[in-house]
Design a protein around this ligand. Structure first.
Ligand SMILES: C[S@@+](CC[C@H](N)C(=O)[O-])C[C@H]1O[C@@H](n2cnc3c(N)ncnc32)[C@H](O)[C@@H]1O
Length: 282
């Protein structure tokens, strides 16, 4: 569990990130589509179900799942940050998706009754929650008995060059602080078994964990990759803002060199590994 000051800082960073997540929403939807598919399949989401997406960001995976559950089903897309929820609403409007509703709320204080949803999911959200066990208990509370919970988190950094080619270059310029493994951050649940064990602690049953190997792929150039990465991560934006201008130019050049091998034929293709944890409410 983290203190209130750190929790506020996390939300402030996501608030500042929201415009970039909206700007790059089409690419983010494409690159994380295999993760959405894994969550959907592992949770057994089918037509007609009601699904809650916690920390749904700029609208994914809510909107893809809304298409899957169809007009007889529904999705509730939630996020702690108002600007993310507004971005998600605009994206639903642009894509003409009507069976989705939106609420701004914290994961550990969901404004829904007990036993409300068939399935509750969260893609790349749980690692940022101040008190993950409290949030998972809350997610289980609003799940119907026998309903599923499915979560996606990053595996360790070495397995994910999409993230580490950039951080590795930056570490040549900015001293990397030793991260507290329990502080909010991308790799907080990278250790196998860690998220599964707190899900059991929160009261879920039949907890399953699997590794998802896939490729982060999109028809974007190396320059567009750099734009996406340097804009959508608050940590990167902050570090780059603190560097002298010449060094940011140098960082960009070195990232392009380091990432080149992941752009065969000019298109992005990074190997990636995540952990998908699925569980059920008794
Ligand atoms: C990496 S983004 C993931 C967004 C989306 N699920 C996706 O996969 O594209 C993390 C999201 O978690 C949200 N978030 C962070 N802390 C939260 C909390 N305590 N409760 C709910 N949402 C939170 C952020 O606002 C942000 O939108």
């Amino acid at each position: 569990m983290v203190d209130g000051v750190e929790a506020d800082k996390v939300l402030q960073e996501w608030t500042e990130s929201a415009p970039y997540w909206e700007k790059h929403s089409a690419t983010l939807r494409t690159i994380f589509a295999p993760v959405t598919r894994a969550l959907t399949e592992d949770a057994g989401i089918v037509r007609g179900q009601s699904v809650l997406d916690v920390a749904g960001g700029a609208g994914e995976p809510s909107l893809t799942i809304a298409e899957r559950v169809g007009p007889t089903g529904s999705v509730m897309c939630t996020d702690a940050v108002a600007e993310m929820v507004e971005a998600a609403e605009r994206e639903a409007h642009r894509r003409g998706i009507a069976n989705v509703s939106f609420r701004q709320c914290m994961a550990d204080a969901l404004p829904f009754g007990d036993n409300s949803f068939d399935v509750v999911i969260s893609r790349l959200g749980v690692m940022f929650f101040p008190d993950p066990v409290a949030a998972l208990r809350e997610m289980l509370r609003v799940t119907k008995p026998g309903g599923a919970l499915a979560l996606a988190v990053w595996q360790e950094t070495e397995q994910n060059p999409f993230l580490h080619v950039v951080t590795e270059v930056l570490s040549r310029y900015v001293e990397a602080l030793l991260a507290d493994p329990d502080a909010p951050g991308a790799f907080r649940f990278a250790e196998p078994g860690k998220l599964a064990s707190i899900l059991t602690e929160a009261g879920a049953i039949d907890v399953r964990e699997r590794f998802l190997s896939f490729h982060i792929e999109a028809p974007i150039s190396i320059d567009e990759f750099w734009e996406l990465r340097s804009a959508t991560s608050a940590t990167l934006r902050q570090k780059l803002a603190d560097l002298p201008k010449e060094q940011t130019v140098q960082v960009a050049r070195e990232v392009r060199e380091a990432a080149l091998e992941f752009f065969p034929n000019g298109k992005m293709s990074f190997p990636a590994r995540m952990i998908i944890v699925t569980a059920w409410k008794p």
